[in-house]
Design a protein around this ligand. Structure first.
Ligand SMILES: [Ca+2]
Length: 202
């Protein structure tokens, strides 16, 4: 009888221990997670959102890099002499050393910006007539952004150099103009030049 009671008590204690142990395992986080897919779905959703964000950032950076590596540059001259331009007319240079980006048109004398950004333009010019002085201007559309004078009346050649650093929008035209009220002659033979290049795209 005493043995039976002892056996019964041992059986009850063992059952209680197993019950507690079983409950403990079910409350274990790692075991519970593998049984329940909800937390994993949340993790996948969060990683998916991060991947989308990083993909968009990579696309934006790639686009920015393509723009930053954009090269636009031209350098025009003319071997004719003299180069004449009517009042408020273009000083058209028909030859080019450099035309990266094909922005400069040798027929019209226009440079058309292929991309928006900060540009630098320069012209060296020289009057062809010893009896008078001439001006030249760098124009962005209708706006004068640089202006200079060459005066040969003292009997010597006189170069003038003008330069502008300006923001130009894609499609805007930049050109050399004779701002005087009369037709002007400019020294050709490579003396009168017009150049420009993109410093930084937007
Ligand atoms: Ca000078």
């Amino acid at each position: 009888m005493a043995n039976y009671v002892l056996y019964l008590c041992a059986a009850v204690a063992l059952s209680w221990h197993l019950a507690v142990a079983s409950t403990s395992r079910q409350e274990d986080g790692r075991i519970k997670r593998s049984d329940d897919p909800a937390p994993l779905e949340a993790v996948v959703e969060k990683l998916s959102q991060q991947l989308n964000t990083h993909t968009a950032q990579l696309a934006a950076l790639t686009n920015r890099l393509n723009i930053a590596e954009k090269v636009v540059a031209f350098y025009a001259y003319d071997t004719r002499h003299p180069i004449t331009a009517t009042s408020s007319g273009l000083i058209v240079l028909h030859q080019i050393y450099t035309n990266v980006g094909d922005g400069f048109n040798t027929q019209t004398g226009h440079f058309t910006a292929p991309v928006s950004g900060l540009y630098q333009f320069h012209s060296n010019f020289m009057g062809a007539d010893a009896q008078r002085y001439v001006h030249a201007a760098i124009m962005v559309d209708q706006s004068r952004v640089a202006y200079g004078i060459s005066d040969k009346r003292h009997g010597y050649h006189d170069d003038a150099s003008i330069e502008a650093v300006v923001h130009v929008n894609a499609g805007q035209m930049v050109y050399l103009e004779n701002p005087d009220s009369t037709t002007s002659g400019y020294y050709g033979l490579g003396h009168t030049t017009f150049s420009g290049f993109l410093l930084r795209a937007d």
